[in-house]
Design a protein around this ligand. Structure first.
Ligand code: NI
Length: 249
């Protein structure tokens, strides 16, 4: 039994959400952490967690929405953290890939959400792209735990995050032929790893090019089990234990 710890299951991407959930369950993926990125998707995440018992939610404002959010959007997050199906603030973080021009605004938004996480003692799900140093320095200012989603940095960065109490999220990127992530992960203990699809993005091989969905945790899991020379069942057991240590799931 596997959990997809990071997906974006919204109607914007999938016409038939029930089908996506059933397909995943048939493959042995029977729990989902659906991540919002703005108020519209946060509301949908909330609604779906009520409709599906297998679905848990993370609500947050993604750095790509830094120029559009309002204080009301943050209030919406705070007002819904009491909900027992909402188990994290996410997807939040820093993204300097396309532009660094709004760096200060991004850090401010990130800090506001980290303060909420600290205040309510709820984990965070972090997006960090081309912004490692600022992510680490910002996280260090708060007493928070969580996941570095889609971790694809160096061994040094991995150990820094692990020291800070963070888990690393592995997705389809590890299966890409040009990714040298395999060498990084080989040296990281499995106690620090959880599996995610980031669907509808980052479809693993051999399905790269088509839309991703949570059932593809299985391809990622097979790849990771091979890499660590363990059985699939053992990988499921270890990664689920890691999830239980962090999330109230
Ligand atoms: Ni994501």
């Amino acid at each position: 039994m596997f959990t997809d710890t990071h997906c974006h299951i919204y109607r914007e991407y999938y016409n038939n959400i029930e089908e996506i959930i059933n397909l995943a369950k048939e493959k042995g993926v029977n729990r989902f952490i659906n991540n919002g990125c703005d108020t519209l998707s946060n509301k949908e995440v909330l609604k779906l967690t009520q409709e599906y018992k297998e679905m848990y939610g993370a609500i947050g404002i993604h750095p790509e929405n830094v120029l559009e959010y309002s204080e009301d959007d943050l209030k919406f997050i705070e007002d819904n953290l009491y909900n027992n199906k909402i188990i994290a603030i996410g997807e939040i973080g820093l993204d300097y890939h396309y532009t660094k021009e709004n760096k200060d605004e991004q850090i401010t938004l990130f800090e506001k959400q980290l303060s909420l996480a600290e205040k309510y003692q709820i984990p965070v799900i972090i997006h960090s792209r081309d912004a490692t140093l600022d992510t680490i320095n910002t996280l260090k200012k708060y007493h928070v735990k969580g996941v570095i989603h889609s971790f694809s940095g160096s061994k040094e960065t991995a150990s820094e995050y692990i020291k800070m109490g963070f888990l690393l999220g592995i997705n389809g990127v590890i299966t890409f032929k040009n990714a040298n992530l395999k060498d990084v992960y080989k040296d990281i203990s499995l106690d620090n790893i959880i599996l995610e699809t980031d669907s509808p993005y980052l479809t693993p091989e051999p399905y790269r090019g088509s839309q991703n969905n949570s059932s593809h945790i299985i391809e990622i899991a097979n790849f990771v089990a091979d890499l660590y020379h363990i059985k699939l069942e053992e990988l499921a057991k270890i990664t689920n234990e890691n999830i239980y240590k962090l999330f109230k799931i």
